[in-house]
Design a protein around this ligand. Structure first.
Ligand SMILES: [Fe+2]
Ligand SMILES: [Fe+2]
Length: 250
């Protein structure tokens, strides 16, 4: 059995889980004043965060590193917690959740077809878009409960990105340099497209948050270069979790 040193990540995810339990949930009973455009937008992201992650967990199990597979389960639990918090936030604003959204159905179907390496590349598109989106919600939402939930989710997404980059570096390392370059260039193209689709689909909500469609797309595009470099750097340069446990919260 392989063990590529994911113990640090498992400990980080577990420490984060304990920290979450210790601080408890936001005060849902405060209620939230939600702009209708923001409701529609948060409902779509809520569907995207929701899911049992069984396809990803199955691929991680088959990858032969039980410690990595454990870290993936903890990662999936964090994403499920995002869906749970967004549902409670919507409820605090008197809104419900969606059963499904077309963009999520497309995304799920696409990911099922893929091996772990390509699945992680697609997942990294969602993570990179989420980084910009939750930052916009945290910084632009006038309601404090909305800003708090977005801040908590954003702090998790900031830890997820280096976790996936680490695994992708290892997964891409055996490829010849031109193939590695092609993979990350394709990823950047996919991210640019996804950023533009989200900017249009969530345009009214982004406007409410003070972020223009073009600005959102440009920011997503700008973030893609450093992330692509992090994916095809030498595996030896792989960093541990970005922040010490307990410092990532809001
Ligand atoms: Fe998430
Ligand atoms: Fe995430």
């Amino acid at each position: 059995m392989l063990n590529n040193g994911y113990d640090t990540w498992v400990r980080d995810f577990e420490a984060e889980r304990e920290r979450r339990a210790a601080i408890g949930d936001p005060q849902w009973e405060r209620g939230a004043a939600l702009d209708p455009a923001l409701v529609r937008s948060l409902q779509r992201f809520q569907v995207g965060e929701d899911g049992d992650g069984s396809a990803l967990i199955g691929k991680a199990d088959r990858a032969g590193d039980p410690v990595y597979a454990r870290a993936v389960r903890l990662f999936v639990a964090e994403e499920q917690n995002h869906a749970r918090m967004l549902a409670l936030l919507l409820a605090a604003g008197g809104a419900g959740t969606l059963a499904r959204h077309w963009s999520d159905a497309v995304f799920v179907r696409l990911r099922r077809l893929l091996g772990l390496r390509v699945e992680l590349l697609v997942l990294m598109v969602a993570e990179a878009v989420a980084l910009r989106y939750y930052r916009a919600v945290r910084d632009g939402a006038p309601d404090p409960l909305v800003a708090e939930v977005a801040g908590r989710i954003l702090a998790d997404e900031e830890r997820h990105v280096p976790f996936h980059c680490r695994r992708l570096r290892e997964a891409l390392a055996p490829l010849p340099a031109p193939a590695r370059r092609a993979a990350t260039l394709a990823w950047q193209g996919l991210l640019a497209g996804a950023g533009a689709v989200v900017a249009v689909d969530h345009g009214p909500a982004l406007r409410h948050l003070g972020v223009g469609r073009r600005g959102f797309t440009a920011d997503v595009l700008r973030s893609s270069g450093p992330l692509a470099r992090a994916m095809h750097a030498a595996p030896a340069a792989a960093p541990a979790p970005v922040a010490p446990a307990g410092s990532a919260g809001v």
